[in-house]
Each structure stands twice: as structure tokens, then as C-alpha cells.
Design a protein around this ligand. Structure first.
Ligand SMILES: Nc1ncnc2c1ncn2[C@@H]1O[C@H](COP(=O)(O)OP(=O)(O)OP(=O)(O)O)[C@@H](O)[C@H]1O
Length: 279
């Protein structure tokens, strides 16, 4: 019994020492007179799938935009662990720089290059991981050619992992909808992120595609060792795959906990289903 207690203490201390990949403290974002984010705190650790849920207009995408450099938050701190494991405050960093540090994202509305091939779309996602420079591209020296070859191989491998290899030379806009959504994830993975942010990845998918997406997200976490933060309205998907769920309402955090805790939280039930629901 005593041994067990000591073991548990060591384990919980170890857990407490694991630095989060993403640590957001008291984040606020104002648009004129509208406070879209109001002192939001959130953390993602290396081995986690974390979901951010909430009704329309709750501030979820604004949160992503503040974390990924699209908006500069009005107040608060966004910290990430860079590739060397150093904690960095990234408020005001440009999106490219944020990606370089290890955060890659997808968007609510698919943002592919529709007239480029599937492979080219993924290759573009690698631009923060390559060193090609304009003269190299013009002169096509040995180093540039070698790097390009590597980019093709890595991009093709990512397509294979996402079961998209059969579309490799297809024009992106010709892909079925679910495949285009997966291609967005492939492009984000090409940046070799430590944290992948997915903004409504299941939006518009049919139940079969959503089921496959669930498997894919798990696989990315386990095989690629990439932590995931996702915004999603599909509650079944959220509850099936998340280690931790954060609930937002009117720009504020309403609740956070495990899927089970969230399902049973009266504040969450009220926000989603109305006061009279006795679930
Ligand atoms: N660029 C902007 N300028 C002004 N207001 C904005 C801007 N972006 C978002 N908002 C407002 O901030 C609030 C939060 O919007 P946000 O898109 O973050 O919500 P959301 O939770 O992602 O919603 P949804 O689930 O519908 O995508 C909304 O009231 C929205 O109108």
C-alpha cells in the first residue's frame, strides 16, 4: 500500500513536470467593442488530443487565430515549446514563424491551392522546413535538386499515411470532399508540427468519413507523435478521441475536463441543451 502511494506520488510529480507544448494564459481578444475572448486559459501536452467546443460565435476560431499568429491578442500570453524544448512567448509572431516553431493548422473552410496537384499542395506545406533560396531555384544547383527530391519523397510518404497516394497527381479541386479535408491535414503535417490545430475537421463529412477521420487523428497522435488541438461540433467524435475537453461560451471558458466530466457537467448541459433538460 505504502509502496503504491509512493509510486503514485512519483508518477503525479513526473506528470506535473511535463511541460505543455502550448500554454495559453488569460487570453483576451477585442474587436472594437466586442470582447471575443475573455481571459481564456488552455494547455496542451505532448501526448494529448484536446478539443475546444462551444456554440457558434463562442470564440473558438478567434482562439486559434490568436495562437497561430493571424491575430495579435489584446491581452494575455501564448507560450509554446519550440523544437529545442525551450518555452517561447509567441504573441505577435507572424503565422510563418509560428509554423516554424512547431504549430501547424487547418482551416474551417478548406484552403487548398485548387488548381495545383495533390502532391504540390503537400510540398508547399514543407516550405518552413526547407532552405531553398531564389538563386538556388534558378540555378538548380546540386543542393537545391537534392532538397527538392527529399521534399517529394517526404510529401509522398505523408500522402500514403493519409491514404491519398492514389490521388498524387490529381488536381486538388477534383478530389471528393472528405479527401480534400484529409489533404489539408497532409499539408499541415508536411511542416512536421509538434502540435496540429484542426478547425472543424469533420465539417461536411458523412458518418463513414467522420469515422475514418477519428481513426486518422488517433493514428497521427500515436504514430507521428503529434499532439492535437481540435475545434469540432461533432460531439461523438469529440467524446471518442479527446483526452481533455474545453468548453467555451461567449468568449469565456465555461468548463474543462475529461469527456466524461464534460458530458455530466450541468453548465455544459444547460449551454447546449437549455435549462430544462434533465440529462
Ligand atoms: N475579424 C473579426 N472582426 C470582428 N468580429 C469578429 C472577427 N472574428 C470574429 N469575430 C466575432 O467574434 C466572435 C467569436 O467568433 P468566432 O468565429 O471565433 O466563433 P466560433 O466559436 O469559432 O464560432 P463557429 O463555431 O461558428 O465557427 C463572434 O461574435 C464573431 O462575430
Amino acid at each position: 500500500m505504502l509502496e503504491e502511494n509512493i509510486f503514485m506520488k512519483v508518477r503525479s510529480k513526473k506528470r506535473a513536470m511535463v511541460k505543455p507544448i502550448l500554454e495559453v494564459k488569460e487570453l483576451c481578444m477585442d474587436f472594437g467593442g466586442l470582447r471575443a475572448l475573455d481571459h481564456v486559459n488552455l494547455q496542451v501536452s505532448k501526448d494529448q488530443i484536446v478539443a475546444l467546443i462551444g456554440p457558434n460565435g463562442a470564440g473558438k476560431t478567434t482562439f486559434f487565430n490568436c495562437v497561430t499568429g493571424i491575430y495579435n491578442p489584446t491581452e494575455g500570453d501564448v507560450f509554446v515549446l519550440d523544437r529545442k524544448g525551450k518555452k517561447r512567448r509567441i504573441n505577435g509572431y507572424k503565422p510563418n514563424k509560428v509554423t516554424e516553431l512547431g504549430l501547424a493548422r487547418t482551416f474551417q473552410n478548406i484552403r487548398l491551392f485548387p488548381n495545383m496537384t495533390v502532391l504540390e499542395n503537400v510540398m508547399i506545406g514543407r516550405h518552413t522546413r526547407t532552405k531553398a533560396w531564389i538563386f538556388g531555384a534558378l540555378l538548380r544547383d546540386k543542393k537545391t535538386v537534392q532538397e527538392e527530391q527529399e521534399t517529394i519523397e517526404i510529401s509522398y510518404n505523408i500522402l500514403r499515411k493519409l491514404h491519398l497516394e492514389k490521388y498524387v497527381n490529381e488536381i486538388a479541386s477534383n478530389l471528393p470532399y472528405g479527401a480534400q479535408r484529409r489533404l489539408e491535414i497532409a499539408r499541415a503535417l508536411a511542416a512536421e508540427p509538434s502540435l496540429l490545430l484542426l478547425d472543424e475537421p469533420a465539417a461536411g463529412m458523412n458518418p463513414q468519413e467522420t469515422k475514418e477521420l477519428e481513426e486518422l487523428i488517433r493514428q497521427i497522435k500515436e504514430q507521428e507523435k503529434v499532439a492535437i488541438l481540435l475545434i469540432e461540433h461533432d460531439m461523438k467524435l469529440v467524446m471518442n478521441i479527446s483526452d481533455m475537453v474545453y468548453v467555451m461560451e461567449y468568449g469565456r471558458l465555461l468548463a474543462q475536463g475529461t469527456p466524461q466530466e464534460i458530458k455530466e457537467d450541468p453548465r455544459v448541459i444547460k449551454a447546449y441543451l437549455g435549462e430544462d433538460h434533465d440529462a
